[in-house]
Design a protein around this ligand. Structure first.
Ligand code: ZN
Length: 382
């Protein structure tokens, strides 16, 4: 048993100052004001005075990190996962981008086989398959040679039970809506992205069960007065959540403030979209088939096209606070409660009795101090 004493507890209902949380057997057992939660005899007391205790962070779009890319090297899954707790990440959706069909199959197989003996790290909950059913005119850093039109053949073997949680596709393509319906039947969430969808096409896709937008504003039409497009539909329609890369490069801080005013604490999910260079020095790295040049602030193809980010989820949270002036506890909802609730990630994203003891102790400035996955301490300061 662990007894977190005198922490600010981040809950969806606000922050409980001077709180206590009891964890045991990998689960949260009880929480509340410190005087209301007794410390059982024999429990390990963790003094959290002056710190905040948050649910573990969840990254729903991450291409890799620590020099490894999930698409180029699906077998690197567990190695990358082992490094993520240092940034407060306790679970994530490894993301495989547009690639030959064997790549996704191989990735699913790696997840099915499970981690090597003695492995510890952030838990991969299932994949985010970003592609291959994308609009070639909005392909970004995806290889057009592997883009395929939507069809039931492409999604053969894709289901939640098989380890696919989320699929990004362009819903305006012929046949896409049938694919959306079928994926939803199989328990897979669908996100509109790398898309040229008009506002009307996007709303129709939401009717069919598309519930997310992938990296808002990036690889989609600009928001324009008479053509709101996919971005306008995502911002306007409260049925959907949207991922946003808050590195200050993919989206201007002024636009992030605008998004915050429309979707704060409800529908905004911070993602890193990080690639292999996350957690690494500047240099040349892989994203799928391509070489990516990383200069310390951004990751780009040889022609200058942005190719994922190098931001960490910990930094993403701090950036959102910095760009919008929001409270840390508000920003944290975008990497905990909102992704967990919108994707139905059981046991995740919330401090509540019975949930998994995926926990992050943070300074009030948002620096990760300790990260616990299923109650196990994986990092202590950096
Ligand atoms: Zn993308």
């Amino acid at each position: 048993m662990q007894y977190f004493q005198d922490a600010g507890l981040i809950t969806p209902w606000g922050c409980i100052e001077h709180g206590a949380l009891l964890a045991g057997d990998g689960k949260i057992r009880a929480l509340g004001a410190v005087e209301a939660i007794a410390c059982p005899e024999g429990a390990e007391v963790i003094d959290a005075h002056g710190l905040l205790l948050s649910p573990g962070f969840i990254d729903i779009q991450i291409n890799g990190g620590f020099g490894k890319d999930f698409t180029a090297e699906p077998g690197a899954l567990w190695e990358v996962a082992a490094g993520l707790p240092r940034y407060g990440v306790t679970s994530f959706l490894p993301t495989v981008i547009t690639s030959p069909p064997e790549t996704a199959q191989r990735a699913l197989e790696v997840l099915r086989q499970g981690p090597p003996p003695g492995w510890r790290g952030a838990q991969p909950l299932g994949y985010h398959l970003e592609g291959p059913m994308l609009n070639p005119t909005r392909k970004g850093a995806h290889n057009a040679d592997h883009i395929r039109p939507p069809s039931l053949e492409v999604i053969e073997g894709w289901s939640r039970a098989n380890g696919v949680i989320l699929v990004t596709l362009a819903p305006e393509l012929p046949g896409a809506l049938e694919v959306v319906q079928e994926l939803r039947q199989r328990g897979v969430a669908v996100s509109a992205g790398h898309s040229a969808a008009s506002y009307e096409q996007a709303l129709l896709a939401f009717d069919y069960g598309v519930g997310f937008g992938t990296h808002l504003f990036n690889a989609q039409p600009v928001l324009a007065a008479r053509e709101p497009g996919l971005a306008g539909a995502l911002l306007d329609d409260r049925r959907v959540c949207m991922g946003l890369i808050p590195d200050g490069i993919h989206v201007h801080p002024g636009m992030i403030r605008l998004v915050w005013k429309l979707a704060a604490c409800e529908r905004l999910i911070l993602i890193t979209d990080s690639m292999a260079a996350m957690g690494m020095p500047p240099g040349t790295y892989k994203l799928g088939d391509y070489e990516v040049f990383v200069d310390g602030t951004s990751a780009r193809l040889a022609d200058g096209m942005l190719a994922g980010s190098i931001i960490t989820l910990e930094q993403a949270v701090r950036n959102l606070c910095g760009f919008t002036g929001c409270l840390l506890e508000e920003a944290l909802l975008s990497v905990t409660e909102i992704p967990a609730r919108s994707l139905g990630l059981a046991g995740k994203g919330r401090l509540e009795a019975g949930m998994d003891a995926d926990l992050v102790l943070l300074t009030p400035e948002g620096q990760v101090v300790k990260t616990f996955v299923n109650g196990e301490l994986l990092i202590s300061a950096k």
